[in-house]
Design a protein around this ligand. Structure first.
Ligand SMILES: [Zn+2]
Length: 229
């Protein structure tokens, strides 16, 4: 199996409704403690883990394609867009090669100062209406922007991989890999990111994205400068 090309997709994620991605104190469960947004331990700044983005893209695409049930798809078929692009779930032995999609952590866009908002949630007693177990969540308010960056790997065995997004004409090879990723990005915008999307949290929009293949070309100069003795 030969790696033939790399694609980079670059854009930004704009938060449209309160985004909630839990930090480590979510382990404390219900109580009066604030549940903070996940932060980079080095900088202290909030970020969106690549694993959260990738997981939601995968789940959204699986729902749309009717793949997987309670567990993510692990069919490992050559033509399964989920298993080829995202990898077969917990399956060590297969012939699909490495996962094609790399999702980078979404760091804050330089210059963006995020606004945090506190949202108190509770469970209501259905007969009395009384609130119980209130807890306060930290969310990122609408307007914040995070970097959205993906990498896509194209191997020789992907030449025959094809994808039919129904709305468009079927495509093969590199175009098919990219189309799977774009489809998942569209669904991510529809279905939202992070916790509480069913309550309207985590609506995002991907803006200014562009893709470029050619990532395997050498970028460094080959001019060798003699080092003085
Ligand atoms: Zn599959």
């Amino acid at each position: 199996m030969i790696l033939k090309d790399l694609c980079q997709v670059d854009g930004q994620m704009e938060v449209l409704s309160g985004l909630r991605i839990g930090g480590s104190d979510d382990m404390l469960q219900i109580g009066g403690t604030d549940l903070t947004f996940i932060r980079d331990p080095a900088s202290g700044l909030p970020y969106v883990p690549g694993s959260s983005i990738k997981g939601r893209m995968r789940a959204a695409l699986e729902s749309a394609l009717g793949k997987g049930d309670s567990e993510p798809c692990r069919c490992a078929q050559r033509n399964c867009p989920i298993c080829v692009v995202f990898g077969p779930h917990q399956k060590a032995k297969h012939e699909l090669g490495p996962t094609r999609l790399i999702v980078h952590d979404g760091l804050l866009v330089p210059g963006c100062i995020p606004v945090f908002e506190s949202k108190t949630e509770s469970v209501n007693n259905r007969s009395t209406g009384a609130a119980k177990n209130p807890r306060t969540l930290e969310r990122i308010a609408p307007g914040a922007r995070f970097v959205f960056r993906l990498g896509i790997k194209f191997y020789d065995l992907d030449e025959k991989f094809s994808y039919d997004n129904k709305d468009k004409k079927p495509v093969t090879g590199k175009d098919a890999l990219l189309e799977v990723v774009y489809h998942a990005m569209d669904l991510l915008e529809t279905m939202g990111l992070g916790a509480g999307t069913g309550k309207g949290y985590g609506e995002i929009r991907i803006v200014g994205d562009k893709s470029s293949w050619g990532g395997l070309q050498r970028r460094r100069s080959v001019n060798i400068v003699a080092v003085p003795a």
